[in-house]
Design a protein around this ligand. Sequence first.
Ligand code: MEV
Length: 318
Amino acid sequence: MKSIASAPAKVILFGEHFIVYGGKAILCAINKRITVESKLSDSNTIHIDSDIGIITVPKNQLIEDIDIRFRPIIFLAQKILRQFNSDSGLTISIRSEIPAGVGLGSSSACCVAAASSISGLFTSYSKEDILRLALEAEKTIFENASGADTTSCTFGGILEYTKQGIQRLDMYPKFQIVIANSRIIHTTSQVVERVKKFKQKNIEEFSKLCHNEAILIDQAVDALKNNNIEVLGEKMIENQSHLQRIGVSNQTLDSMINLTKNVSHGAKITGAGDGGCIIALVDDSNLQKTLQALSEYECFPTKIDMSGVEQKTIHDNS
Ligand code: MEV
């Protein structure tokens, strides 16, 4: 028997970084997925075969001693095997369409898909249970994760997120999002740490920025509900100025955003910044022009993923 689960990538439309300090964020799951396939084995090991490498470790290996790239997945494997008193080992295979380290939630999506795939060998957990497990796994490498990315990858759709809870925005947007990849890899936890230092040095300014970001997000939610693309674009431009101020944009990202200035409705970085991707808001009238403006970069339009994590179990004789 094997259990296969997949989870979508995400973009943050508004609120990255400020969410770590209790703000609100708006996230959107997109149609690029990571797929995790798990199978019990007779060995005493956990084996992972993935696009970023291969690892085999004893089942009871101390989590702190495991390569950071594989740590969350090994953590999940150990925890779930223990939870179900299993004597088996595990073989896990991971395949991804999501570029890693560029703000599209690849590691969160991987934690979500792995939590669902491995637990699917034993039981059928709710999405809430999968999210709890995935977040615990993510925290083995990024203690201050807000949980926004994992939540989006679990539930899909467009979400209004705070650490206290989520609200799904059940709307059918008239806009599309173009993603352009700077190909500058970042480590989210390091960028979050830098913002923490900015906050400590600029207490008053940071608190004012949090206040302005909260107002901006309320206006963005209204614009989303009314499908008002012009206002939504203006709010993205405003949000980008907050992100520039806290130091997570850079020259490459600024110049990419500049390329979209006269063609898209608005653009900003998405996710941690300091590299990674930008998003540009478009509709049918300016999609092609925006793709053309960004053509020197890897860029593509996206569709919203409505389903979030999905799992199926395949029995050997089926
Ligand atoms: C990363 O995609 C989003 C951040 O806000 C970090 C987090 O929410 O954990 C930068």
